[in-house]
Design a binder for this molecule. Structure first.
Ligand SMILES: Nc1nc2c(ncn2[C@@H]2O[C@H](COP(=O)(O)OP(=O)(O)OP(=O)(O)O)[C@@H](O)[C@H]2O)c(=O)[nH]1
Ligand SMILES: [Mg+2]
Length: 201
């Protein structure tokens, strides 16, 4: 899906979206999650993914790889092009069950990260935060860093999953969290009228 009013695949399966800054490791994490080396394209050049890519997994659910936001070297114009795409998608996807928001464990959350978290809170979308690239820290630093970031975002420690695509640490916990999102009914059902289910007759 390349633009907010553009084509997107028809999908009635539960969908979970993966968001985060450019280069944070979204595509690498998706590949670990589904145990494929190259399902999602991992880029050497940050900001390469410009569209939303959808992956149907075992005909059970769909994972959406969102374009990265907030990379410093990306021009304001391009950012202005992507923000409506990401926000429009999050607002208007009836099958969406939740969002996994990735942040680099080494960096403090940026304004863009906080903006995204606030936007998801406003939508009331179930959100899981994953802290990526924990292999870049010493093992004994990880715990305190996770606690620090969780508290700065006003999240409970257990709402945050430490992860490494290099070592696969955190993969099973992430998979459990994604399955939990997939298996719950849409949070939107309670607040907004949903399109009628197609009749099975
Ligand atoms: N050490 C380490 N490197 C990682 C990890 N995850 C991703 N990387 C590296 O970080 C770079 C970006 O990874 P991607 O998975 O393409 O990141 P992305 O968020 O999909 O990037 P965009 O699509 O540009 O938004 C690549 O060079 C990856 O190899 C990790 O857990 N540990
Ligand atoms: Mg990517």
């Amino acid at each position: 899906m390349a633009s907010v009013d553009g084509w997107r695949p028809v999908n009635e399966l539960p969908e979970v979206a993966f968001a985060g800054r450019s280069n944070v490791g979204k595509s690498s994490l998706l590949n670990r999650l589904v145990r494929h080396k190259a399902m999602a394209r991992v880029s050497q050049t940050p900001g390469r993914t410009r569209e939303i890519n959808f992956f149907r997994v075992n005909d059970r659910f769909v994972l959406a790889d969102l374009p990265g936001y907030g990379y410093a070297r990306i021009s304001k114009e391009r950012r202005a092009q992507w923000q409506p795409l990401i926000e429009g998608y999050l607002r208007n996807s009836p099958a969406l069950r939740g969002v996994v928001l990735l942040m680099d464990v080494r960096h403090d959350p940026t304004e863009d990260d906080r903006g995204m978290l606030a936007f998801l809170a406003e939508l009331e979308a179930p959100t899981v935060v994953v802290l990526t690239k924990i292999d870049k820290l010493r093992a004994r630093e990880v715990e305190s860093r996770v606690a620090e970031i969780a508290s700065s975002l006003e999240l409970e420690h257990d709402q945050v999953i430490p992860f490494s695509a290099l070592t696969n640490a955190g993969r099973d916990e992430l998979a459990e969290a994604v399955v939990a999102l997939v298996e719950q009914p849409s949070w939107r059902a309670a607040t907004t009228p949903q399109p009628a289910e197609p009749s099975s007759a």
